[in-house]
Design a protein around this ligand. Structure first.
Ligand code: NAD
Length: 267
C-alpha cells in the first residue's frame, strides 16, 4: 500500500461492503481516496463506513440492477465528494441455474441485471462526470467464468463474458477522453460468495483443481483492482487481468503424472 496513490480522488465501489469490494474500499481509503460504498444491505455497509471514517467513506444503499438507483448513486457521490474519478464495478451475484432448457428466464434476467446491466448503468451515469475531471478509471470485476464456461452456470458465464467485451468497448470509445477501462478475472476467492461451496460440501474438489491449491484472498484481488485504478496503470486500457492461482493456465485435460501414480498404485 502506498500512502498517497489516490489522494484527491473520488471512487465508487459497487458491492463495496463485503468480500473483494470491502478489501478494495479499505485499500483505496488507506491510500487517500474518498470512497462511496454502494450495496444492497445496509448493515455491513454502515459498519465499514464507520470503520473507515465518514470523512473518507460513505455508504449508499441501492440495487445496482435498477438504473434509477445507480443514477442516484452517481449523483449523490458527486454531490457529497465533488466529482468522480474511479468507478469500480464489483457488485455481482452467481447462481447454479441448470442447463439451458431448465433455466428459469427470470433467473437469466436477474443475473444479467446484477452482473452486466449494472455495469452499463454505472458507466453511463459516471463517464460524463469523469470527463468533467479530465479523465478517470473504470475497473470491472469480471471472472474467469467470463472467459471460460462452468457446467450449469449459463447465465453467469454469459453475463461475465459480456462484461469482459464491454470493458474493451469502453476502453476504445473513451481512450481520447483519458478514461481507462480494464477488467479483472478472479478465480475462486474466499468471500461470502464462495460460501456456497461449503454449503454444497464441494470446496475441496474446487481447490484440488487449482495449481496453487487454495482460493485467493479478497486483498489479493483488491491489490489488482487498485493498481488498475491508479496512475501506475496509465498505459493500460482494455486489459483483462486473470488472477486464479493458475487454474486457467491448464488445458483442462487430466493431470497425467497423478493419473499414472493412481494406476501404478492400483496394480
Ligand atoms: N468469490 C469468488 O470466488 C469470485 C470469483 C470470480 C469473480 N467474483 C466476482 O467478484 C465480485 C465481488 O464478489 P465477492 O466474491 O466479493 O462476493 P460478495 O458476495 O462478498 O460481494 C458481492 C457484493 O455485491 C453486492 N450485490 C449483489 N447484488 C447486488 C445488487 N443487486 N445491488 C447492489 N449490490 C449488490 C453484495 O451486497 C455484495 O456486497 C462479484 O462481481 C463476483 O462475481 C468473485
Amino acid at each position: 500500500m502506498r500512502a498517497n496513490r489516490f489522494e484527491g480522488r473520488v471512487a465508487i465501489i459497487t458491492g463495496g461492503s463485503t468480500g473483494i469490494g470491502a478489501a478494495t474500499a479499505r485499500q483505496l481509503v488507506g491510500e487517500g481516496a474518498c470512497v462511496v460504498i454502494a450495496a444492497r444491505r445496509a448493515e455491513p455497509g454502515i459498519a465499514l463506513m464507520k470503520e473507515l471514517g465518514e470523512d473518507k467513506a460513505l455508504f449508499f444503499q441501492c440495487d445496482v440492477s435498477v438504473q434509477a438507483e445507480v443514477e442516484a448513486l452517481v449523483a449523490w457521490t458527486v454531490d457529497r465528494f465533488g466529482g468522480l474519478d474511479i468507478l469500480i464495478n464489483n457488485a455481482g451475484a452467481t447462481c447454479f441455474g441448470g442447463y439451458t432448457p431448465d433455466l428459469d428466464p427470470a433467473l437469466w434476467h436477474q443475473m444479467m441485471g446484477v452482473n452486466l446491466h449494472s455495469v452499463f448503468y454505472a458507466c453511463k451515469a459516471g463517464i460524463p462526470h469523469m470527463k468533467q475531471r479530465g479523465g478517470g478509471a473504470i475497473v470491472n470485476n469480471a471472472s474467469i467464468s467470463g472467459l471460460y464456461a462452468d457446467y450449469g452456470f449459463t447465465a453467469y458465464n454469459a453475463a461475465k463474458g459480456a462484461v469482459i467485451n464491454y470493458t474493451k468497448s469502453l476502453a476504445i470509445d473513451h481512450a481520447q477522453d483519458n478514461i481507462r477501462a480494464n477488467a479483472v478475472c478472479p478465480g475462486l476467492v474466499d468471500t461470502p460468495m464462495a460460501d456456497a461451496l461449503d454449503e454444497l460440501k464441494v470446496r475441496d474438489a474446487w481447490v484440488e483443481n487449482i495449481p496453487m491449491k487454495r482460493g485467493g484472498k479478497p486483498e489479493e484481488i483488491a491489490n489488482i483492482l487498485a493498481f488498475l485504478a491508479s496512475d501506475e496503470a496509465s498505459f493500460m486500457t482494455g486489459s483483462i487481468v486473470v488472477a486464479d492461482g493458475g487454474l486457467s493456465a491448464a488445458t483442462g485435460q487430466p493431470n497425467l503424472p497423478k493419473l499414472m501414480e493412481k494406476m501404478a498404485a492400483a496394480k
